[in-house]
Write a protein that binds this ligand. Sequence first.
Ligand code: GDP
Ligand code: IMO
Ligand code: MG
Length: 436
Amino acid sequence: MGHAASNLAILGLQWGDEGKGKVVDLLSPRFRHVVRFQGGNNAGHTVVVNGQSIALHQVPSGALHEGCFLVVGSGVVLNLDVFQQEIDRLKARGIDVTGRLLLSEKAHVILPHHIALDRWREGGSNPIGTTGRGIGPCYEMKAGRMGVRLGDLLSPALLPDRIRQGYEEVRLRVGTSVELPPLDAIVDDLRKVSAPFLPLIGDAQAHLYAAWRRGESILFEGAQATLLDIDHGTYPFVTSSNCSLGGLFTGTGLPPQALGGVLGIAKAYTTRVGAGPMPSELHDAMGQRLREVGKEFGTTTGRPRRCGWFDGPITAHACRTNGVHGLAIMKLDVLDGLDEVGLVTGYRDGEGRVSTRIPSCAPDWDALRPEIRMLPGWKTPTRGVTDPASLPKEAQTYLAALTETVECPLAYLSTGPDRHEGCIYPDAFLGDALRS
Ligand code: GDP
Ligand code: IMO
Ligand code: MG
């Protein structure tokens, strides 16, 4: 068998936008294959190189490294229009993915009526605050056995029949309130937009299995994050895929033995886009400051992100759910210059009891108030620091308290958006992989 020890998963530990894109880009040169295994273009992963920012939605964030082979796994839902635009944008910036891209024939296709249904539902009385990209309806169609898979595009004559049932069900649901494109037009557009991709559609499971057996290294790029996981997140305010570790196996078809380690990604504070519980949210000037300094506006939708202190209990829950070996703490520099920095260490319920337990049901979150430990801030900037020993003493104390609340060691610390802005913890499990 291949060297599972070198295969690594990058998973978000909060509500998304932790900085997964930066870490995947940073580590990609050490990996032969970079794989997306769930989510779709609800994801927005930003990579910054020499001050130039590139947002990726469906193309794996290893794209910037020519030696990386890019795989879109079976658990992904793909919007082919957006995918084409993304590839064109990359090309315009001198990044060519030709010859190093494989799309799973089992991945599902996002269709116009999925997007229409997503937006129609969000206009109703119980909005989730979705990205409006048709993600939920596409996964619903998959579970309802009426989805369209990339492999179906290889038999174009069968496409109208493949699409019809889902299309008719959406039409019944939205009635005349939403104008859907005619089925013929959807089929025609799909044939056109999919044409350049047909040669890239294949057996991604077999490709990855063979790569693993040959000992080629694989980096698994999570999208969204554990608190948005459809089973283990803050249901119903979640996305429609398993963004925690289980989704890696179903979304690639690889067995657990193929995985060597899990790097969990978390910001030094907490953000969330869309509705749902967030006990650490700051509604005051401090929340506003974090948003402005951290540029906390969605990569995909531009919406302002809700901001709060680092939430120990949710991140600890994510570490347990994913078997995280080491933490990458991102955006420490955003906390530079504060008098005090807060850390949520537990929640107090309506009866005054304090616990670190994570409720399973949405209403149980309402009564919880965060227990916040305030620690001294630091005046010396951490921006761009590359040696953990030269961090201000107060920042070191804060990080020690943070890792204690989640019971997981630090493997990487990010101190700015650019590739070179960050510290490696050489004694952590990633030491060799991260050392340049
Ligand atoms: P992802 O969805 O997890 O890939 O994260 P996003 O790309 O949506 O959001 C993370 C944002 O933070 C991006 O704009 C990154 O360029 C930026 N970023 C990443 N690491 C750092 C950091 O250490 N400091 C600062 N200031 N920005 C960072
Ligand atoms: P990355 O990969 C942050 C959120 C949406 C909404 C909920 C459901 O960049 O971390 P959906 O469109 O998926 O049905 O929306 O999930 N959401 C994200 N929030 N980062 C993301 O991706 C997200 N993808 C979905 O805001 O609350
Ligand atoms: Mg993002």
